[in-house]
Design a protein around this ligand. Structure first.
Ligand SMILES: Cc1cc2nc3c(=O)[nH]c(=O)nc-3n(C[C@H](O)[C@H](O)[C@H](O)COP(=O)(O)OP(=O)(O)OC[C@H]3O[C@@H](n4cnc5c(N)ncnc54)[C@H](O)[C@@H]3O)c2cc1C
Length: 453
């Protein structure tokens, strides 16, 4: 019997094991992973001679957990930042720079904001009226989309806020929690009658950051997973790949963790699987926790990688990429110009794109096979870039039920789930605190700290 079993070797499970190994002998820790690779949705694909991210492509530095981990793993010299961060919004068949004078899509400086080419004149005039509105009354929590629409009007909410905030979750801002998904707006609304002025005050107060806003690693995000893997194995942690857990049961001294052909026993367990998987695993341990976990909805984004001959593109795209708001009814939700953003990872003479599709509630892309999806996305890319070029290589990565959707009052739901779990059983993962890699690392760290005694 081991001390702790960690189920799932995504970044949350790996972090749980990493921080646990600081408190208990690593030989007492076992990680069970259902696939043959570590990292979960973190996957740097070998795409021709280039390395391109098939899942996440960078992490924010404002939350320092990845930087701390990188330093401990002596990976900090491999940190790289995007060569460009300037992005566009494609709307009504035109590319527009993301408006200046905004914070996460919301207007913060109306004078500067007024100069943008994206929002119509009536839309701008409506946004300009925000400082005249009464102080926002937020009854506990509401959706980001409703909040933005009430403050700055429908057009700003749909064309600007939704692609930025909803895009991170491959979801809709009109379904996502204000407190979880746009806490900046919530803080500004608490402190100021005008949210615009509150956001402006926040940008004025913001100290100069010590790091660029985003980082990745030379060789891609998989470098972090590989470094964690090597550290854990060297320390003596047991990692069991191709072990799909289907049930956890209580025993007199702890837990039995059942896979298809064998069972592991331990005193403590960390479930670092997606909430819908944990719901199944915990059915026997707590039917209430299981039912509550099952209410956490997920989106299923698809990442398509496309390579073009650079010479075939009529003009080289500018900036880091494009967001496509929902009213345009395209399959594409976002395009990363990978060759501009990460020039060191690209192949000579080629231009590489990452195209995201399949936001929550839109299953059109999932109904297409890879070939049909690629051909539809290529047609859309031709419109976005006004080019006639055809791709020379492509690859589709489907991430089914991978991004949790935080509905209003999510924190309260998570508290109820935790209250329904027995002692020595912890949850870690993107479904609880937040979806970004830095927050997943802190969720693993906190789970480890709760089980360290
Ligand atoms: C397409 C995409 C783009 C993203 N972009 C960014 C970005 O740019 N920046 C950023 O910070 N974040 C981004 N995210 C979010 C971030 O990558 C994820 O939230 C985070 O990596 C999730 O890690 P996790 O360990 O919680 O879950 P996962 O990565 O889902 O890991 C769960 C693990 O559990 C395993 N598992 C499942 N069932 C079982 C079972 N029954 N038994 C054993 N093991 C099991 C899985 O195989 C997997 O390895 C993105 C996510 C996606 C999907």
């Amino acid at each position: 019997m081991s001390r702790v079993i960690v189920i799932g070797a995504g970044i949350s499970g790996l972090s749980s094991a990493y921080y646990l190994s600081k408190y208990i002998p690593p030989s007492q820790i076992v990680i069970l992973e259902s696939t043959d690779r570590l990292g979960g949705v973190i996957k740097t694909a070998q795409f021709g001679s280039a390395s391109v991210e098939a899942g996440p492509d960078s992490f924010i530095t404002r939350i320092p957990t990845v930087l701390e981990l990188a330093q401990e793993l002596e990976l900090d010299s491999a940190l790289i930042s995007p060569a460009t961060n300037s992005a566009y919004i494609y709307n009504n068949s035109k590319l527009h720079p993301i408006p200046k004078g905004t914070v996460f899509g919301a207007p913060s400086d109306l004078g500067t904001f007024f100069g943008n080419s994206l929002i119509s004149l009536p839309g701008k005039i409506r946004a300009l009226a925000e400082p005249l509105l009464a102080k926002a009354n937020i009854p506990g929590d509401i959706t980001v989309g409703k909040f933005a629409q009430d403050r700055w009007g429908k057009e700003v909410a749909q064309i600007l806020v939704d692609p930025l905030v909803g895009g991170i979750h491959a979801g809709s801002a009109f379904e996502l929690s204000l407190i979880k998904c746009a806490p900046q707006y919530f803080t500004a609304a608490k402190s100021h009658r005008s949210v615009t002025k509150g956001l402006n005050a926040m940008t004025m107060r913001a100290e100069k950051a010590a790091h660029p806003p985003f980082y990745s690693f030379k060789g891609g995000l998989t470098s972090l997973v590989q470094a964690m893997h090597q550290y854990l194995v060297t320390a003596g942690v047991t990692i069991v790949p191709n072990f799909s857990v289907w049930l956890i049961e209580n025993t007199k001294d702890g837990f039995k963790v059942h896979g298809d052909n064998s069972t592991f026993e331990s005193e403590k367990v960390i479930c670092a699987t997606p909430a819908h998987v944990s719901a199944n695993l915990l059915k026997k341990i707590s039917s209430r926790a299981s039912a509550l976990l099952d209410t956490i909805d997920y989106s299923s984004p698809i990442m398509t990688l496309l390579a073009y001959e650079s010479n075939a593109l009529s003009e080289r795209p500018v900036g880091s990429g494009v967001l496509v708001p929902k009213p345009n009814k395209m399959l594409t939700t976002a395009v990363t110009f990978a060759s501009n953003k990460w020039p060191d990872c690209t192949s000579e003479g080629e231009f590489l794109f990452r195209i995201s599709s399949a936001r929550h509630g839109d299953s059109r892309a999932w109904k297409l096979n890879d070939e049909a999806l690629i051909s539809n996305l290529e047609v859309e890319l031709r419109d976005i870039l006004a080019t006639r070029a055809r791709s020379i290589r492509s690859e589709v990565h489907r991430w089914g039920k991978s991004l949790p959707q935080f509905r209003p009052f999510h924190d309260q739901l998570v508290s109820r789930i935790r209250e329904s779990l027995p002692k020595n059983l912890e949850l870690a993962g993107s479904a609880y605190k937040g979806v970004g890699i830095p927050v997943c690392i802190s969720s693993g760290k906190e789970a480890a700290e709760r089980l360290k005694e």
